[in-house]
Design a protein around this ligand. Structure first.
Ligand code: EPZ
Length: 419
């Protein structure tokens, strides 16, 4: 298994471009199942999760081909609307094929995703949604089995905010008979981007980006062309890489409006930032203050940047209280940061970080999940000596050549063959 070796001490500087958003590309790829024919998606990042999704789409009767960041999907009816365990277990977002398959073919057999490092992450809200839309859904031998002659529009009130649940509801409702009202809907930019793609396919949807989305079902949709939005989590991670090294980094091809919570927090800590229409720049800082943080649904501070921000707080002057408001087990990176010398006390959903500039020293650490990997690399950028981050396949799920982007900014970082 590959590893990444980083030697700390370099201040990053320069400009780096953001890739397309993983968490927009994934639901949009599954949405292509709603219409036969040729879909063209631009600005699709080269990630393991995209590869996994292509494998699943091919198993569902599609042909896919890539040319750089452009991905063509030719959709046609599968022999069986089945998403098998050996494919789904690689990526829990595979549950997002449930809505499109059920809406299009009146049946779906989708393996349960199984747990993952950051929590149990059930799919009960997805299953309840399909039942609300009139499907008969059972769970048998680890598979969600859903059937419906034709889905019927309904009022769906999510008791808990769910990005994937909102996305599955949208992809089921667009071909349902009549009106669907989705209340307490997720407002993430990736949900909005999915709606833009569905609308390009001919769907009738209003209210995206607010907590109430209305859908008027249509009889059929058409294949479409769409450019995926920039990845706000990658952009935030690159900005934090500049900040933690006291460097001066401009992140381009991003949407600053999607990063307001992070920018506000960085300013609260004493960083100066500049921004334009499609770029954000962090300016050099010799020191910064601690701050408290609670992750929340958009437009709150994203849980996917919590681990990376915690790395920054290990270098802050003062103590930070970081509360994880979304997932029940998203502090897997804490013990690894402690191995590097960080002074952090995790307590269930809260971690207390006592900052100390220059307090980290290189060590061998293990990536446990996608965003933890990024956090450990950021810490390695400023730890004294060399840090080796193992199990880096986690990183490749969601970052396009992160080590190359950081090396281009001046980091002493390389990928090594872990075998
Ligand atoms: C999406 O996951 C993202 N993944 C996650 O990014 C992100 O952390 C998360 O939203 C929150 O923003 C993709 O978009 C592919 P949720 P999702 O449904 O949809 C609970 C990354 O690093 N829940 O909003 O799975 C759940 O356990 C990944 O790129 C239920 O209880 O998240 C969690 O506590 C990690 N029942 C909360 O809701 C359900 O049926 C929010 O989950 C579904 C979710």
């Amino acid at each position: 298994m590959d590893a990444i070796v980083v030697t700390g001490g370099r201040q990053l500087s320069g400009s780096v471009a953001t890739s397309g958003a993983k968490n927009a590309a994934l639901p949009i790829l599954f949405a292509t199942l709603l219409a036969d024919g040729d879909h063209v998606l631009e600005n699709v990042p080269a990630l393991r999760d995209i590869d996994s999704t292509e494998l699943l789409l091919r198993a569902l009767g599609c042909r896919t081909s890539r040319d750089g960041h452009s991905l063509n999907v030719n959709v046609s009816r599968p022999d069986e609307a089945l998403a098998p365990y050996d494919l789904v277990r690689k990526m829990r977002a595979s549950i997002l094929c449930l809505g499109p398959l059920l809406a299009r073919y009146g049946e779906a057999r989708v393996s349960l995703p199984g747990g993952c490092a950051i929590g149990t992450r059930p799919v009960d809200l997805h299953v309840d949604t399909m039942r609300r839309l009139g499907a008969d859904v059972s769970v048998e031998a680890g598979y969600v089995i859903a059937r419906a002659e034709r889905l019927k529009g309904a009022r769906i009130l999510f008791e808990k905010l769910t990005v994937g649940g909102t996305e599955n509801a949208l992809m089921a409702a667009v071909l349902a008979e009549g009106e669907t009202l989705i209340e307490n809907a997720a407002k993430e930019p990736e949900v909005v981007d999915l709606v833009h793609f569905l609308r390009a396919m001919g769907a009738k949807i209003e209210g995206e980006g607010t907590s109430v989305i209305s859908v008027t079902g249509v009889d059929a949709l058409e294949p479409a062309r769409h450019a995926v939005i920039p990845d706000r989590i990658e952009a935030g991670t690159l900005l934090l890489a500049g900040a933690i090294t006291g460097g001066n980094v401009r992140v381009t091809a991003c949407n600053p409006a999607h990063l307001e919570a992070l920018v506000a927090k960085l300013r609260e800590c004493g960083f100066d930032l500049a921004q334009g229409d499609d770029w954000l720049e962090v300016l050099p800082a010799a020191a910064w203050n601690s701050t408290d943080l609670t992750t929340a649904p958009y437009p709150g501070f994203p849980t996917d940047l919590q681990a990376q921000f915690m790395a920054l707080m290990t270098q802050a002057s003062g103590t930070s209280v970081i509360t994880e408001g979304i997932f029940e087990n998203r502090f897997m990176h804490v013990q690894e940061l402690v191995r590097l010398g960080a002074d952090i006390t995790p307590m269930a959903l809260v971690a207390v970080v006592r900052g100390k500039r220059g307090g980290l020293s290189g060590a061998e650490v293990m990536a446990t999940d996608l965003r933890a990997s990024a956090s450990l690399i950021l810490a390695g950028l400023i730890a004294g000596g060399t840090t080796r981050v193992n199990r880096i396949y986690h990183l490749d799920r969601g970052y396009e050549h992160l080590e190359k982007k950081l090396a281009a900014l001046g980091a002493d970082i390389r990928r090594v063959d872990g075998s």
